[in-house]
Ligand binder design. Sequence first.
Ligand SMILES: C[S@@+](CC[C@H](N)C(=O)[O-])C[C@H]1O[C@@H](n2cnc3c(N)ncnc32)[C@H](O)[C@@H]1O
Length: 308
Amino acid sequence: MKKWKQKAIVQKTISFLPFGNKINYLFQKYVTKGVYLNDEYFYDRLSHATSHLSAFSKYCEKAAPASSLEIGTGWYPIVPLAFFLSGTDKIYSVDISMLTNKERLKTTFDRFMDCQKAAKLKDYIKVLPDRWAIFTEIYDQYDKLNFEEILKKINLIYLIEDARKLSLPDNSVELINSNNTFEHIYPNILKPIIKDFIRVLDKENGIMSHFIDMSDHFAHFDKTINIYNFLQFSDSKWSWIDNSIQPQNRLRYQDYLNMYQELSLPVTEFSLRAGNLQELETVKLDKKYNSFKAEELAISHCHLISKF
Ligand SMILES: C[S@@+](CC[C@H](N)C(=O)[O-])C[C@H]1O[C@@H](n2cnc3c(N)ncnc32)[C@H](O)[C@@H]1O
């Protein structure tokens, strides 16, 4: 049996168990080795932080936002820490479950320290000296501080709640962002989330900036399939394969544009990764995708920036 199918079965099984997220972390740590914070992941998310900040300064004429909100930060808060070092005072991270802890935050600190020592951090963000002083002070006494104290010092506030009903006031956040998260949320939930993002966004002084990875994530793990493999399945077949631990909504670029239009959220600027048409041609597409042009379907990643 192909590796991706084995992983799909295991994740499906775990999704039915209590504490599914914790069990998935252990499964990924010890079996698929998917939780190690490798260079590729670290620098990819750091470059997202660079892009969010450069879009922010372009449209809002300030180097860094006073406040930010990210949905689905995951195990390692790389983007929030980059925002802290750049000067953000209130950094919200919303998720229905708490995925990080003191140990994973330390791993993130370690990577920032290594990056700075290698003189690479300056290529990604402009680190404020007073923020770096706080960072190193925390780093030096990491073991003596508790998790809550560290979060407070880096201005990071976890909101463990449903992003469809955020506990934040209207027009209160200057930079709302996400990093490879939208593709994991089905449209019936994603649409009300984006609607609430519009409510809390400081529409005069702020932007939204979202990175979306539309590739089949099983292909990241099993190199015998390509990133369009999941487009062969009908919705009902996919509902058997997909799981609630790491769901994949399979939406295509045009679907996101339609959703933005329905919500009257402007796409002020975008960038795309075109994908690979030859690879797409090797997959027998489900009829659900008949109405799409091949070039549209092939788009594998996008970055959408919105300024009202
Ligand atoms: C797979 S993760 C994101 C991955 C992460 N950004 C990364 O790059 O590794 C998607 C996250 O969205 C969160 N999520 C889904 N629906 C949500 C909702 N209604 N409110 C808040 N968070 C939600 C899930 O709990 C999950 O942690």
